[in-house]
Design a protein around this ligand. Structure first.
Ligand code: ADP
Ligand code: MG
Length: 497
């Protein structure tokens, strides 16, 4: 695409220099510039990109986009914009020919349940015969097969998001579901996505101590509604799907949008369950929706998955799926890798893998498993190197909600796993080491220890790694497969007995 044509699609930008230059790619990291790229200098993506425009040109960038003055080799075409962060999204959408206008798009945001709801909606769409694709923490789909998301980011930067949407369009996808974090919304990564549906799970207080911060967090998420309301018209009502039982509801409901559907457990919501019957492995209910009623059977455990299912149902109905197809589709959903994923190789106790890696998520995962556990609830978990993870809080959650716990390692990066475990242990005050819990730093050994301790009727939760494929240590990333570890440990034990 010619630079001039690219610039023409970026509102508020001005081009200084030769617009006939051919742009063959986009880069926002100067280290990854390829000859022919337009380098977009963004503050905060890799320090301040403006400091690296010279490097980018040296590596072959044929033009640069900036939002402030920089010194450049003479003759380099410059695209000036008010904000390169906003501009990067627009440039990317333009470069890939606005793919999000060629399919229907739903965004799913919230604190918990985004990935599950995203893949549930994708599954229901597929099951109803719609060619669908998804982008999530776990994977990217819609372009033939499933590609693991190894980026460590749930919502990638705008060029990757737009490139994947373009692949979906090429693959014949009619509906895309994009898991959208609040970071992504603040950083404009989905700024130029034309959404049709904005879906919200919950907006928790988890790691937020101040109300003002929660307000900001909520504002960031609410932007998904504004983006959706102002997106290109594709012939369906722009819809917000909101959790009426969540504290965020009142605020989110004030944002203007063509259609608003609420979901929740009471009859006050547009989508709600009737005759709800919850078991240890799923639930069954009659679902009332704005379009009528249908029977729903869920083969995924936990009450929160009823919320996720109602939300996914709202998304799919808004995208045009028939009510009956939503009911049938939900029944065929088998869960997301690493989200309360059962591991069953014939043992007489239950084992689950879950991605819960915050104190709140750990507590809620354990609380969900408790009512269906006749024996003891055993959990294996660790805290990561991330500073926003409340280590003692995780220890407290395990102490409060489990009968026995094993503190182990989870992505320590350059920190000492023993020290991290000690921080976690601080939260387990009042519990006796050796009696109520153990510290087993080696995760493989910790999993084996938990499996060895389990008795018939017990439930073992392996928390934190979920779907992840690596353990990030000081020495680098090592391959990790929680499911394979769990199965191997169980098989070893079964063979011994
Ligand atoms: N609707 C929900 N409300 C509260 N917790 C949830 C919900 N859905 C899932 N969870 C919990 O959060 C964990 C992460 O779920 P996931 O779907 O990956 O959410 P996200 O993508 O928002 O992090 C799950 O393993 C489960 O323990
Ligand atoms: Mg996620």
């Amino acid at each position: 695409m010619k630079l001039g044509e690219l610039a023409g699609g970026v509102p508020g930008s001005t081009l200084d220099g030769n617009g006939d230059v051919e742009i063959t790619g986009l880069a926002y990291d100067s280290r990854r510039v390829k000859p022919g790229d337009l380098f977009v200098a963004v503050e905060g993506l890799q320090a301040d990109g403006h400091a690296f425009v010279g490097d980018a040109v040296a590596r072959g960038a044929v033009a640069v986009a900036v939002d402030r003055d920089v010194t450049l080799p003479q003759g380099t075409p410059v695209l000036r914009m008010g904000s390169t962060r906003v501009g990067l999204a627009q440039v990317a959408a333009q470069f890939y020919d606005r793919p999000s206008r060629k399919l229907r798009v739903a965004g799913v945001t919230g604190t918990d349940g985004k990935t599950t709801t995203t893949h549930m909606a994708e599954h229901v769409l597929q099951a109803s015969g719609v060619v669908a694709g998804a982008m999530s923490t776990v994977s990217f789909t819609g372009s033939g097969g499933e590609v693991d998301n190894l980026s460590g980011q749930t919502t990638m930067e705008a060029p990757e998001v737009q490139a994947w949407l373009a692949r979906m369009v090429e693959g014949g996808v009619a509906c895309a579901v994009i898991e959208t974090t609040s970071h992504a919304l603040v950083q404009e990564r989905v700024g130029a996505c034309d959404f049709d549906v904005a879906a919200f799970t919950n907006v928790g207080h988890d790691h937020l101590d101040y109300h003002a911060t929660w307000d900001e967090y909520l504002e960031a998420k609410a932007r998904l509604i504004d983006l959706t309301a102002s997106s290109a018209d594709k012939g369906i009502d722009k819809t917000a799907v909101l959790n009426r039982d969540d504290a965020s509801y009142e605020r989110l409901a004030r944002r203007p949008i063509a259609r608003r559907w609420t979901y929740g457990l009471t009859t006050a919501s547009d989508l709600h369950p009737l005759d709800l019957n919850v078991t240890g492995t799923g639930s069954r209910f009659r679902m009332r929706t704005p379009l009528g009623e249908t029977d729903v059977t869920l083969h995924v455990p936990a009450r929160f998955n009823i919320y996720n299912a109602l939300c996914a149902a709202g998304v799919c109905l808004a995208l045009g799926v028939s009510l009956e197809s939503v009911g049938t589709g939900l029944a065929g959903f088998e869960g997301v890798r690493g989200r309360l994923e059962p591991v069953d190789v014939g043992q007489d106790f239950r084992v689950y893998i879950d991605f819960a890696h915050s104190a709140g998520a750990l507590a809620s995962a354990l609380a969900e498993l408790r009512p269906f556990t006749s024996g003891r609830l055993i959990v294996v978990f660790g805290s990561t190197a991330r500073s926003d993870h409340d280590r003692p809080g995780m220890g407290r959650a395990a102490a409060d909600f489990a009968d026995f716990f094993i503190i182990t390692t989870d992505d320590p990066l350059d920190q000492d796993p023993v020290e991290i475990a000690r921080d976690v242990q601080m939260g387990a005050e009042g519990k006796a080491p050796g009696h109520d819990y153990e510290i087993v730093i080696d995760r493989r050994a910790a999993i084996r220890r938990a499996i060895e301790l389990a008795r018939p009727g017990d439930c073992v939760l392996l928390a934190g790694k979920g779907h992840e494929r690596s353990m990030r240590m000081a020495s680098g990333s090592e391959p990790w497969d929680e499911r394979a570890e769990a199965e191997a440990a169980i098989r070893e034990r079964l063979a011994i007995r």
